[in-house]
Design a protein around this ligand. Structure first.
Ligand code: GLV
Length: 303
């Protein structure tokens, strides 16, 4: 396919876009929605059971994200609706950003960039020294595709790489920790790389954060739901956790007010897969899944 994905979707399918106006119109309709057979959605919207209920002809949900925690999977399964996501194509970008957050946090890149931009370098003098990243022990929570890509990138400069996941992963050289708390207690930086959803809800709780401690840092490029955000904010504010680099939050786009003035955090608006190259590849995969479905061929990336 040589055309951009949006051209392709409009020329190949009849696509009512769920704008706010259309959504409001749907919400007012007592009768079922029209014969919509496929929904293309992204990770932060997903689709809930109430919306699915308005689409009695729905056969497939194609999600432009690897994380499908905002899709009511139980309802989709109950109705026999196929669900696809976009794994693999975004792995490198998300892993790159995890490394970027660590470097930004340890070397105070946002703080020092702000100093130069403010024109106060000459008057303020040199800023407070930062911390060396090389040699830090790095723990990865969730050693799936993204977790492994992070480990491979971090291995050349980490003091040690360890991980925790539901079970040890075969054929990887990194130390396995029996629990999230045990992992946090044995590393300097804990990187969250698990899927979201009920199975990992608040997996990083107050005990894990305390185990990481005042010299430890938390990096989250996964889902805000995996971390007890109240516990995280309290620990950062009270100096019980050293720092945090966060691309995701519990209630996006809301970011806890208390984080905004802290010097020891780096905050990003959920940018893990947000490069032109990866977003094109994700859109293409959504369309390829839809095209395969309507051609009666096997789905490329079913859940
Ligand atoms: C992004 O957060 C994704 O799940 O792809």
């Amino acid at each position: 396919m040589t055309k951009p994905p949006l051209f392709y979707i409009d020329s190949s399918f009849a696509v009512p876009r769920l704008t706010e106006g259309l959504k409001a119109a749907y919400d007012l309709r007592p009768e079922p929605g029209p014969g919509i057979r496929a929904v293309a959605t992204h990770g932060s919207s997903g689709i809930d059971a109430a919306t699915m209920a308005k689409l009695p002809d729905l056969e497939i949900i194609a999600v432009s994200a690897v994380g499908v925690d905002k899709v009511d999977l139980a309802e989709a399964k109950r109705r026999g609706i196929h669900v696809t996501n976009t794994p693999d194509v975004l792995t490198d970008d998300v892993a790159d950003l995890a490394i970027g957050l660590m470097i930004a946090l340890y070397r105070n890149i946002p703080r020092d960039d702000a100093l130069v931009r403010s024109g106060r370098w000459a008057s303020a003098g040199m800023p407070k020294l930062s911390r060396r990243l090389t040699g830090q022990r790095i723990g990865i929570l969730g050693l799936g595709r993204i977790g492994q890509a992070i480990a491979k990138r971090a291995a050349p400069f980490a003091g040690e790489i360890a991980y925790h996941s539901r079970r040890p992963v075969a054929d990887v050289p990194w130390r396995y920790a029996e629990s999230a708390v045990a992992l946090a207690a044995s590393v300097d930086i804990l990187i969250v790389a698990t899927p979201g959803g009920p199975a990992t809800d608040k997996l990083v709780d107050a005990a894990v954060i305390d185990a990481l401690g005042p010299n430890g840092s938390l990096i989250n490029i996964a889902r805000g739901s995996v971390v007890d955000e109240d516990a995280l904010v309290a620990a950062l504010v009270e100096g019980r956790l050293g720092g945090a680099g966060l691309d995701v939050f519990a209630h996006e786009p809301h970011v806890p007010e208390a984080l905004l003035s802290l010097p020891n955090v780096v905050l990003l608006p959920h940018q893990g897969s947000a490069t032109v190259e990866t977003r094109d590849a994700m859109a293409q995969l959504v369309l390829d899944n839809l095209a395969a479905f309507f051609a009666g061929k096997p789905l490329l990336t079913p859940l």
